[in-house]
Ligand binder design. Sequence first.
Ligand code: ADP
Ligand code: MG
Length: 240
Amino acid sequence: MIELSDVHKSFGKVEVLKGITASVDKGEVVCIIGPSGSGKSTILRCINGLESYDRGTISIEGLRVNRDARSIVAIRTQVSMVFQRFNLFPHRTALDNVIEGPLYVKKEPRAAALERGRALLAQVGLADKADVHPPQLSGGQQQRVAIARALAMQPKAILFDEPTSALDPELVGDVLGVMRKLADDGMTMVVVTHEIGFARDVADRVLFIDGGVIVEQGPAKAVLNQPQHPRTQDFLRRVL
Ligand code: ADP
Ligand code: MG
């Protein structure tokens, strides 16, 4: 479903992606782990067109990811992103945040968008929070609204960029629980995370990235329980 082939990306003179080749199958959950600054967010941002890349190709179900306006809209309607810091509109209710994309990007009728928006809030355990504004919600609740908003676009895949890193520890479990259910339901997911336990339980595959290259990848349990590369071993020793 998602294919990256020899993707290079520089910021100024600094090359942050040095030839990333990877693919994600339909229904697969792929976790990306690696140290801070290794290029994990940049990979996600290139996949959904938030960032351009310099060399190589990225495609989503055969559709080439380019940065022209038409291609961007096509990509955004197929791939949703969930950010570390939720990125909700503070002055709109939870429900209005969820239906934003369907209304303005997909031009769905308001009644249909509202109905599905409410169902999605229920799905993430927030049926009673539809009319609440994000600042009145906990971080974990805000992140679940953000996941409902991502789902509202009926995407083919969802990219998560450290979705629980900004949360108080006691709120992490609810968000991971929602993500685990999505995975069980067959959603295609790419998850940048430091939650090694989640990666071990939920991911089909894990990519370990360091210095803009994929140092090691493979089935989640193999990479996380028996890492082959010294850099993976060292990283896991430090985060576990
Ligand atoms: P990670 O998500 O793994 O922590 P990032 O993909 O955010 O890493 O960043 C990789 C490298 O690219 C870092 O050195 C970071 O400072 C740099 N970088 C990221 N975004 C920008 C930007 N917009 N301008 C300049 N440098 C950037
Ligand atoms: Mg990052």
